[in-house]
Design a protein around this ligand. Sequence first.
Ligand code: SF4
Length: 383
Amino acid sequence: MSSLYVHIPFCVRHCEYCDFYSEVASERDIDAYLNALEREFRLRFADGLAPETIFVGGGTPTRLSARQLRRFGEIVARYIDNARLDEFTVEINPGTLDAEKAAALAAMGVTRASFGVQSFDEGFLKSLGRIHEAGKAAEAVNLVRAAGIQRTSIDLIFALPGQSLDQLRSDIARALELGTEHLSFYALTYEDDTPLTRDLIAGRVQPCEEELEREMFSVIGDTCAKAGLPRYEVSNFARVGAECRHNLVYWNLGNWHGVGAAAHGMFDGEITENAADHRAYTRALLEENRWPVVRREMLAPLQRAETLLLMGLRLTRGFELARFAAIAGQSFESACGEAARALTRQGLLEVTPSHARCTQEGLLLLDRVVLELANGATSGAPR
Ligand code: SF4
């Protein structure tokens, strides 16, 4: 099984909190980037690729014009064999979609639209530096449905400065009213060197209290569960069967190829990472005819097992013990048994005959659970 991630590193402007690699580029730069993407496909997948899932993220994929999206669709059609394709997601910024772009997405085979809504509150949208107004989210959802794309997901940010529980409840209610089958929630984080973090340091914004953030985490879980979208991953909620299959590949440490500037891939334990600068990426492909990979590293079995702990424990069902043993070359019990028993006594972990998973409390302390298991696994183990 394999998946494909394609990165489109362009945005209309940079949001106040974001530290992802993305640039405000010209039409010409984007046209050149699309040519470079095609070259990367040709160099790496000349015989074609038959992924089970595709995810196009960014940046803002819908920053591309309708003409550029159609061109991207031609590249996909040329190099992707869709015989096994089960899910094709594109991230959409509601402020950048129109009917022509929605039609271009549907024509290339997109089955799932993931909207970066973040909030339905005009004030919060403004303070986050988002380009869209609150009403645009519903418009965008209607546009993709009219184009024939039925599966939708909505991203929301919580723990915003000054946000109350009622404001969070209102955001969740508005998202559910749109009839989405999948919701993702991210607590606002203050990344290094973003305008928002500079405001924090200067005392211009007050971060959400830790206690309130924990309460929000519970409110999100309870409200989504009542609405028929139970939590299946620490930040993700879906109707049963509507989970994001592409992201499940990451969380289960499956195989995926990463294409585009700054894209990462992981295939049979080898990590790949492309040049993060879109100009360097484009130059390498179009002028030097080479794949601009800046990192290719085969992970040792124990490193892979640690990555499985990190990713798999995000899922409410956890990870399979058999998978851990296959990757690590030793059983979970022999690698992490002592640490796992200590965490179980503290009510943070459950180990069944087939799986290890965090409890609800453990999900709140995920970093600690992963660290203690990883420390247990590495103490005395050869790398
Ligand atoms: S649209 Fe997304 S990727 Fe672009 S700057 Fe905003 S948060 Fe970052």
